[in-house]
Design a protein around this ligand. Sequence first.
Ligand code: T5A
Length: 211
Amino acid sequence: MKSCYIVIEGLEGAGKTTAIKTVAETLTNVGITEIDFTREPGGTPLAEKLRKLIKCGIAEEKVTDKAELLMLYAARIQLIEYVIKPALAKGRTVIGDRHDLSSQAYQGGGREFSAELMQVLSNTILDNFRPDITLYLDIEPALGLQRARDRGKLDRIEKESLDFFKRTRQRYLELASEDNTIITINANQLIEEVQKNIHQALSNWLAAQGK
Ligand code: T5A
């Protein structure tokens, strides 16, 4: 059975952690049990160090938007080359907590880097490596941020303005509407309803792949 790379995307508090469990259970139900999990930024020793810098910054120096963008791509390519591609080559399925769509939405939408720059960077660094399917959990930014706040201390990016997250969501929605490998799930609902929709969407996709 061909391996596949499945990515979960969405704003903070969209419910990605629960969604990952639902995706893994759905895969296991159809006999796909060789599964690896990744998260971005992170997942290799270097990428985890970059994750800390991206999420927390350092006291002595402000992280510029361009430095943030390049650190995200540095972390991503390390993860792809050292973890994701080797796992897929062994026939394993990979479930990713975020991937390139996060950069397109947060940095392209939220930080307002041009679509042209984002495309060139993505194509040049990732060399057309893409997920087979992405489940985008769409949530109202205010609701997602409230959930993140209820959980505790906010990190550097979570402290951004509501407008930043509105632009990020807008870009997610635009990109999802243009790409049939991205499935949008309404994450504003009760958690059980979201899980049901994820299970259904993934089951349909797996059936279409003959799995
Ligand atoms: N980033 C990342 C970029 O800017 N560009 C990039 O290219 C990449 C890769 C990553 C940060 O980096 C940014 C985005 C992020 O700001 P992170 O810690 O990985 O940091 O942050 P998140 O991925 O946002 O992780 P979160 O844990 O905040 O979001 P989740 O995983 O979606 O949220 P989750 O599942 O933990 O849920 C949050 C809470 O809400 C509850 C859960 O029980 C939990 O308590 N909840 C619900 N409650 C009610 N109803 C529902 N339907 C619920 N769903 C979840």
